[in-house]
Design a protein around this ligand. Sequence first.
Ligand SMILES: N[C@@H](CCC(=O)N[C@@H](CS)C(=O)NCC(=O)O)C(=O)O
Length: 265
Amino acid sequence: MSPDTLKLYHSPASPNSRRVRIFLAEKGLTVPLVVIDLGKGEQHSEAYRAINPRRVVPTLVLEDGTAIGEVPAIMRYLDEAYPERSLLGATPKDKGLIAMWERRAELEGFAAVMEGVRNRVAGLKGRAIAGPHDYEQIPALVERSVLRVKNFFADLNERLGQVPFVAGERYSAADITALVTVDFAAKALELSAPAEYVALKRWYEVISNTRSFESSRCACCCARRPVRRPTSSAVTIGRQEAGWLERWVSDSRRPSARCPWHRRA
Ligand SMILES: N[C@@H](CCC(=O)N[C@@H](CS)C(=O)NCC(=O)O)C(=O)O
């Protein structure tokens, strides 16, 4: 089945959408994209709720209209349907290990950043958890989230001191989730790994030089210079980008025409 028959509903600045965009780019798949503008609340529209009643992006819609939500589930479908350049493992052992490390990156890293962001950003008041139900923010959770993210960085650095990639010898979905976590923490929580985490920095440099890294970023609202460039430290980048999440929830600017992720299908 050609990937042209699929449709990915996504948001250019959404880190969960970016996980899928990197996954697609690494597999060399091009899927038609439909932008859901989270700032304008399009995720709550009747039309989108008919596709994903959870009101979140990304959602992958198959040719027969089946809608698959949840990033790991979308990754699973894509890897099974297009097994070439597998990112979830080819053997039972690799599949188990990659699932384990990807899940750890999501639960211990990505979810920790998200918790801090959603309980901090003013524009997300009353929306501390994405989805169909409203939840008030709990500001005390931000502090704990920062601690969790710092611990995630330390654990990731230790792991990457032992193996070249998060799940072992090869690049996988676990690297994608960990990379998006590192960038999301810098951008939205102004939190970067300390300079002495050399294994993490080495890994970041290697995987941020892949084509998928560049192509997964939206040029207007998530563009940020890679950490490796000498003119900007990760901390500076974090500060410059501090307003990004506010823009995510209240952005009414015209997206850049250069940005492939803002083009509407
Ligand atoms: N568990 C979901 C989480 C998806 C999610 O939280 N998406 C965010 C964007 S990164 C969203 O759609 N937020 C909508 C909102 O805040 O109302 C997944 O894995 O896809």
